[in-house]
Design a protein. Sequence first.
Length: 70
Amino acid sequence: MEPDYQSVQEYHAREFARLNAIYGKPPPVEPRGDQSLDTGGAMENPNNRSSTVDAIRNAPPVRETLGNGP
């Protein structure tokens, strides 16, 4: 027999409260590359692209982002 929705919800709420008391809130999620470079209308005019081009040029190499480091 499967537990009902309310007991499952109460269990998860208690478990969340317990883990939140132990570890605190999780760190904010790092933005993904496609989200941070997705500027939409900012790419229309060449004069507006400099910050995006700088972000691309100053981005760390892929090998560093994969945790293998230099």
